[in-house]
Write a protein that binds this ligand. Structure first.
Ligand code: ADP
Length: 496
């Protein structure tokens, strides 16, 4: 129990120690989850693991090659000695002659660091270079194989012990004994040498890899840092900040995308500011008129009834104007909402246009403007009738308003198998080329002074434009000053 607890305590201590080391490491080198560290670690792994794998592999290759070479040498030695002993008739020789050959074998043991043993055909040891087995029977598998007439070779599983047993034949080719040569390979020194050279080499290599990796990681991360710094400034509201694009790679593509986004953000921001200032400006004018009118009513005592009425009528018309502005703004804002649902239904476009014209006839009569309608065919359409009717109504109303007495407005309806085409043409005041591009912008009016008389807010055409776009259609304007304007609206027959 106590031991268990001690063990647990120890483990948690080790854990705490490890955590502390990790914390120190993190404090020294920053957050380990950053891209820089991930890159660094991957490079280190890619660069260093193969070095160790190759090291281990190479040492193995060298070792097995050396063992093979040594085994070959010893095989030749055993074969050579067996032939020599057979030729010299060693097995049947006098002790004196044997002594000479024995000395020769002892010398070989010295020089080759090999254990040499000779057995007769009964596996009895008749010579042992270590002089411990003399007279004993040595019937090992190797010896038995050689006594059977074939050479035996084995290399121990550790790769270090080599055993060669060669049969000794007499003059008639009969096996009369065998010579065994055993050798314990010791490459210790050589391997140590290889290892220490390799360690020096690897240390230098690892240091070089580390240095390259640090530089590479820095180099790869630098553009990312630049992008981050700029993105940070942009997010803090500095919309004029742009990322400095260098080269052509993934980072420059990211930089370009962010710059593009910032352009759009800056445009949206300036449009927003312009919109707000326009709204305030547009509302300020009627408000100050109301203020002037009501103040004169308050301060001028004994104003005639007639005058009273006139001022109040003016105040009412200013309030109406403000109501118009607010209503149109609300329509626009609603259209700005993402994916404003179109209330689509099937209806007859000819009838819709007739209704629009009917509603505007009194205004046309008042302005002494002739309105004519020509339809080439009956056109049924799937669209949002209310919105489309308002959009076309704005065009016809403008064509009447920005006209001259005795002027003319011509509305034409045509269609092909995909779209309906509605043309609203007038021979009124026209719009100059430079203003044509802006008429669809909110609050844009060509002649503010004159337009105030006509009661315009500068929002009508932007509502029309937006509605047509929502229907996936298009609107085109051609106009010439003092000659008239023509708006051509294309709406798909199926706007779903
Ligand atoms: P408004 O409420 O002022 O009519 P619009 O957005 O409908 O606002 O039109 C913007 C401006 O474009 C108008 O103020 C007017 O100057 C000009 N405009 C629009 N339609 C015509 C037209 N048919 N002929 C001449 N000018 C036009």
């Amino acid at each position: 129990m106590i031991l268990d607890r001690l063990d647990k305590l120890n483990k948690s201590r080790t854990l705490r120690l490890l955590l502390r080391v990790a914390m120190v490491f993190e404090r020294l080198f920053g957050n380990l989850r950053t891209l820089r560290w991930k890159l660094f670690l991957s490079y280190v792994l890619i660069g260093i693991i193969p070095i160790f794998v190759m090291w281990g592999g190479n040492v193995d290759i060298v070792e097995s090659h050396l063992v093979e070479q040594r085994a070959g040498e010893l095989r030749s030695l055993a074969t050579f000695n067996a032939a020599e002993l057979g030729a010299r008739n060693y097995m049947h020789e006098t002790p004196v002659m044997r002594g000479m050959l024995d000395r020769n074998l002892m010398a070989q043991q010295e020089s080759r660091q090999a254990w040499i043993m000779i057995v007769d055909n009964m596996a009895t040891v008749i010579f042992d270079s270590l002089e411990t087995e003399q007279g004993n029977t040595w019937a090992t598998a190797g010896v038995m194989q050689a006594l059977g007439g074939t050479h035996h070779e084995s290399v121990g599983e550790d790769g270090a012990t080599i055993l060669q047993v060669a049969p000794i034949f007499d003059a008639d080719g009969e096996v009369e004994g065998a010579i065994m040569i055993a050798h314990v390979v010791d490459f210790g020194n050589l391997i140590d040498n290889i290892n220490s050279t390799t360690i020096t080499f690897i240390t230098i290599l690892i240091l070089a890899v580390l240095a390259i990796v640090v530089v590479m990681a820095q180099w790869l991360i630098r553009p990312m840092r630049r992008i981050l710094a700029s993105a940070d400034m942009i997010s803090k509201g500095q919309l004029e900040e742009r990322i400095d694009i260098r080269g052509r790679n993934e980072f420059s593509a990211l930089g370009l995308a962010i710059n593009d986004m910032t352009d759009k953000l800056a445009r949206a921001e300036s449009a927003r500011q312009e919109f707000v200032s326009n709204v305030s400006h547009e509302l300020k004018t009627p408000l100050s008129s109301i203020k002037v009118l009501s103040e004169s009513l308050l301060h001028q005592g004994g104003v005639e009834n007639e005058m009273h009425r006139e001022f109040l009528t003016d105040i009412t018309s200013e309030v109406d104007r403000m109501t118009d502005i607010v209503n149109e703004l609300l329509t626009l804002v609603r259209m700005d909402e993402v994916e404003l649902p179109l209330n689509i239904s099937s209806f007859n476009l000819n009838r819709m246009l007739e209704d629009v014209i009917k509603r505007l006839r009194p205004l046309a009569r008042q302005r002494e403007v002739e309105v004519e309608f020509a339809d080439f065919k009956q056109v049924d359409i799937d669209a949002d009738e209310m919105k489309l009717s308002l959009a076309i109504s704005n065009l016809v109303e403008n064509a009447i308003k920005y006209n001259r007495p005795d002027g003319n407005v011509r509305i034409v309806l045509d269609a092909d198998n995909k779209s309906a085409f509605i043309t609203v043409a007038d021979n009124g005041v026209g719009i100059s080329e430079e203003n044509q591009a802006q008429v669809f912008t909110r609050f844009f009016r060509v002649d503010k002074g004159r337009d105030r008389e006509t009661g315009g807010t500068g929002l009508g055409l932007s509502i029309t434009h937006k509605t047509i776009l929502l229907h996936k259609g298009s609107i085109k304007l051609t106009s010439k000053e003092e000659e008239g304007s023509t708006f051509v609206v294309r709406v798909p027959l199926q706007a779903r």
